[in-house]
Design a protein around this ligand. Sequence first.
Ligand code: FAD
Length: 424
Amino acid sequence: MEKTTKGMSRRSFIGMGAVAAMAAGAAGLAGCAPAGGDSTAKTEDGGHIESAGSSAPSDVHIHNVTDTSWMTPPAEVTDFAKEWDCEAVVCGHGFAGITACRELAEQGKKVILIEKQPEDTYAAVGNEFASLNAKILQERGVPHIDPVEFYQNFMKITSNMPNPTLVMKFAQNSEENSNWYLDRLTEEDFATMTTAFFPPTEHQMGELSGIKFWPSVCSFYGECNQTKIQMYNQAAAEEAGAEFHFATTAEYIIMQDGAVAGLVASDADGYIKINCKAVVCACGGMGGNPEMMTYFMPDMAQALTGEDALTSMSANDGRGVQMAYWAGAHLETTPVAGMNMKGLAVPGKMNCLPQAVWIDENGRRFANEYYPTSEQRGYQTVFMSRKTKYAVVDNNFTEYRQYTLPQHAGFTANEENIASLRDS
Ligand SMILES: Cc1cc2nc3c(=O)[nH]c(=O)nc-3n(C[C@H](O)[C@H](O)[C@H](O)COP(=O)(O)OP(=O)(O)OC[C@H]3O[C@@H](n4cnc5c(N)ncnc54)[C@H](O)[C@@H]3O)c2cc1C
């Protein structure tokens, strides 16, 4: 028997829905999902009382989703140490920011990118990305994906909730954009790139009850990592005329007569006024801001019990969303999609359990253990008591464990991993 642990909690995080199509690499369990839990399993139930006829905890308390101090803009800055001019400012050097900056520069716009982190310690987040039909994948024999089929599958597994235009845009442009993003990599760089779950292991599956899975990620766990690739894109943007300022933080957008007129930023010297016509808010998510997570994920926030917490591996504080909101942008009203079961951390959280037979504290089976690991499957914790759950296996475990799906935080059933499983 293997106990669930609450160790996942600190390492769960928010991300983009697009990652649902990706899967993982090193040492069997991988990807950007938590790859393990604390070895100290929490066995007490934390004092929760179950209500009769229901396995849901009865002491669910409502978190205050009306705590909205982040909606208030900061006081206007009038004293500036510097003033810059350009057409567009990009805030954030992450995947969204660096690609927006390069694109704008290549279109001939005068663009400035500002990034909060210092240049010498700057690091991109994550290692691998989902790609439909990138040239490098096709060359290596990774199966071609029909963008429309991908779109239909995506909408199906997300209950038709996402913005369909965005999902289709991703599906139809993934090939071209992946090739563009990777166009400066050398052969040596590509030599360190792998594709999780490809080539497939002997009993790897591609479908579960009508839901499709594709092994189609560009995994950069080697010498060429995402930081290096972002820097290649920075070089391309610089060649096209873009300017970069690290250790510079976006504060708020200056609006004039309902239109963007500039951005207030800050660095070690003080405030900077940047006069421009457009601002790209690419400051990442809000995983470092519990108040905003509570507001944007009320479904999770209101399911929290005494020991639960919304946690994330990200330090981003939601400033990009705040700046857009203060400037008049409309906030999405549906709960925000979050990765790894929306960052909910509970003692009975199950995303590290292997595919075996799962039972609850009463010995009852309660879920389809095969369902995609960390995202959808973990969500079922919400409906359960917070008591320890168990994965029951027999001596044939290492045999049936070979029937796997290529999925985020999935298991690569190669000989080495199976042997290590047998040992453990
Ligand atoms: C630990 C971890 C591992 C992950 N692994 C993967 C993976 O393997 N594959 C995958 O597809 N996804 C992964 N994800 C999710 C993925 O990293 C995010 O979806 C992606 O980084 C989002 O891109 P972005 O450009 O919107 O934001 P980010 O990449 O977070 O970039 C935002 C940038 O803005 C900067 N910034 C923030 N505030 C300001 C400000 N006020 N002014 C200026 N700059 C600011 C930040 O420092 C940061 O550099 C992972 C996430 C985490 C947290």
